[in-house]
Design a binder for this molecule. Structure first.
Ligand SMILES: Nc1nc2c(ncn2[C@@H]2O[C@H](COP(=O)(O)OP(=O)(O)OP(=O)(O)O)[C@@H](O)[C@H]2O)c(=O)[nH]1
Ligand SMILES: [Mg+2]
Length: 542
């Protein structure tokens, strides 16, 4: 049979204690640059350099992203957004109409405050594509005569996926912005004072407003700001820094709206009540905050491998997720996540049935088209529903990533740009292609690339899946397997634990071992995390 040498070997050791010794020493320059390592041959002559290959990948990624955007399904994993709460509405300067020409009592209403901006998580989105780059809340409405207060501005809610990391880049208050603008305008002191008053106050059209009126009104506003501790609150405003790992239960306030302005009754001169208050204040504009958002998809298990190794095929075999599979490299250009549902009888739930062959997506579509609603297909569907009786033991997520290239650390191919999505995975699985000349060397290169990206990341690897076992002759297979086993044993001596499983993902052979080991590993890790959380809670309550 195809997989005569299909076997599992386990290497042991305490990875944490000797983690540092595990650093790969392979130099990236040892990889020949003029070699086209994975399948795809460029058209015409002279296009077989590593550089060509790497540039081609970048081009494809740009093209794919462009196409996705055209279809309104762009995948975005980092974004810079500016947010600002709504501006408060202005207070009104109005008086109760009188029969005589004199002004009645002041009757201007206050402006409504600006709307706030809140953050929530949504389980339905998996990218930052739906987040606008410029987010504003509604402005408060102006106050009116007859003591009518303005309506509050509408709030805005930002929805982000779980796994988003948010950092404040800058915060510019309205005063700072004005200072910048005024410096550019080169105004003298008097002009500046006039401009400032126009920004703060609204004037009633009748009568003269003296410097003394302004002075009194400014004093009143300053007094009120002091009483409300506005200045201190602005000083103490915490920089936004969030790492959203769990669903947000209560919306988080990101940017508060500005305060509404005061109507003219507030500016009555108590010492001189005969003098009609002709000033009302405008609402305040909150600071503009620039935020950097980054999405780190949190999958329990991350698949890492060279292009064309069969990562997407494995994801499909285990999760049924329709990841694109094709007979060329760089089919996957963005990380994909699927859910592995393991039943108590050791089987796992996916659309893939025993005996199914996971082949290239286009071929599969053809077969599907032919068999649609055929007798077998109807039977298959029936079969699936009858299986719902088994009980689920554990559920974990798995991410398929774009292929990693040797020299990714030197920004070849997609570089390391997508590795951030596996950083927080509990376990990493190397996927190696058995048809390549030396899977052992490939393993060393992959480990090296992970370590260059982030020291210690390679220690998260717990399994090596040697794929395409059906494709090589028995003799070649045995040689490559032996070489890989030696490499893994060397790692074992340095403390790295790696389980080796040989599979043919396409034909679904050997993958049950992958599922079983991953399920055990994730279960144990979750139990550890739970115990650690309980211990922490106990510590806190002491
Ligand atoms: N013979 C054989 N072919 C396989 C096996 N697994 C995957 N393939 C084939 O290998 C090719 C690449 O498979 P993919 O799953 O797209 O590989 P990938 O690692 O996701 O590739 P990228 O997305 O480009 O990084 C496809 O033609 C698959 O049909 C296997 O076990 N045996
Ligand atoms: Mg793929």
């Amino acid at each position: 049979m195809l997989l005569r040498y299909l076997q599992v070997s386990r290497c042991g050791g305490n990875s944490a204690s000797v983690a540092l010794q595990c650093r790969r020493t392979i130099s990236s320059s040892s990889i020949p640059r003029n070699e086209v390592p994975f399948g795809l041959k460029p058209p015409g002559s002279g296009g077989d350099s590593f550089e060509w290959y790497s540039d081609e990948l970048k081009k494809r990624k740009r093209k794919a992203d462009y196409k996705r955007r055209q279809h309104g399904q762009s995948f975005l994993d980092h974004l810079v957004v500016t947010v600002r709460g709504g501006t408060g509405g202005a207070g009104a300067a109005a008086f109760v109409p009188m029969k005589s020409s004199s002004l009645g009592p002041p009757s201007g209403g206050n402006g409504g405050s600006g709307g706030d901006i809140y953050l929530v998580t949504s389980p339905h989105i998996t990218s930052l594509a739906s987040v606008a780059k410029r987010i504003r809340a509604g402005n408060g409405l102006n106050g009116q005569g007859s003591y009518k207060h303005g309506k509050r501005g509408t709030d805005t809610i930002i929805q982000v996926p779980i796994g988003t990391v948010i950092k404040e880049v800058s915060r510019e208050t309205e005063a700072q912005k004005l200072q910048r603008d005024e410096a550019a305008l080169d105004m003298d002191d008097e002009e500046r004072e006039r401009a400032k008053r126009a920004r703060i106050f609204i004037k009633h059209p009748t009568g003269e407003i003296t410097d003394d009126d302004y002075y009194q009104a400014e004093r009143l506003l300053a007094k009120e700001a002091r009483a409300m501790g506005l200045h201190e609150a602005a000083q103490a405003a915490q920089k936004i820094e969030m790492d959203i790992e769990k669903p947000i239960e209560k919306p988080i306030l990101i940017a508060a709206g500005g305060r509404g302005g005061l109507g003219n009754p507030h500016f009555m001169d108590t010492a001189n009540p005969q003098r009609p208050p002709r000033l009302a204040s405008r609402g305040s504009t909150p600071p503009t905050i620039t935020l950097a958002m980054e999405l780190k998809l949190i999958a329990d298990v991350g698949l890492v491998g060279f292009p064309n190794a069969g990562k997407s095929t494995i994801l499909r075999a285990l999760t049924g997720r329709r990841a694109e599979v094709a007979d060329y490299s760089f089919t996957t250009l963005n990380p994909q996540v699927g859910v592995v549902r393991v039943m108590d009888d050791g089987t796992w739930r996916s659309d893939i049935k025993e005996g199914d062959v996971i082949t290239e997506t286009w071929r599969e579509r053809e077969v599907e088209q032919q068999s649609r609603d055929s007798y077998e297909e109807v039977e298959r569907k029936k079969d699936r529903t009858s299986e719902e009786k088994t009980i689920e033991r554990i559920r974990f997520t798995m991410s398929d990533n774009p292929g990693l290239l040797p020299l990714a650390s030197e920004n070849y191919g997609l570089g390391h740009s997508f590795l951030r999505s596996i950083e927080r995975s509990v376990a990493l699985v190397y996927v190696l292609d058995m048809t390549r000349p030396s899977p052992a060397e490939d393993l060393a290169t992959l480990e090296h690339e992970l370590e260059v990206y982030k020291t210690g990341l390679a220690d998260k690897a717990m399994m090596v899946v040697l794929n395409k076992a059906d494709e090589v002759s028995e003799e070649t297979g045995r040689l490559r397997l032996a070489e890989l086993q030696n490499a893994i044993q060397d790692l074992q001596k340095k403390g790295q634990q790696l389980e080796l499983v040989t599979v043919s993902a396409k034909y679904g052979l050997g993958v049950n071992k992958v599922v079983a080991s991953l399920a055990d590993f994730i279960e144990a890790e979750r139990a550890k995390a739970k115990a650690a959380a309980a211990a922490e809670l106990a510590d806190e309550s002491l």
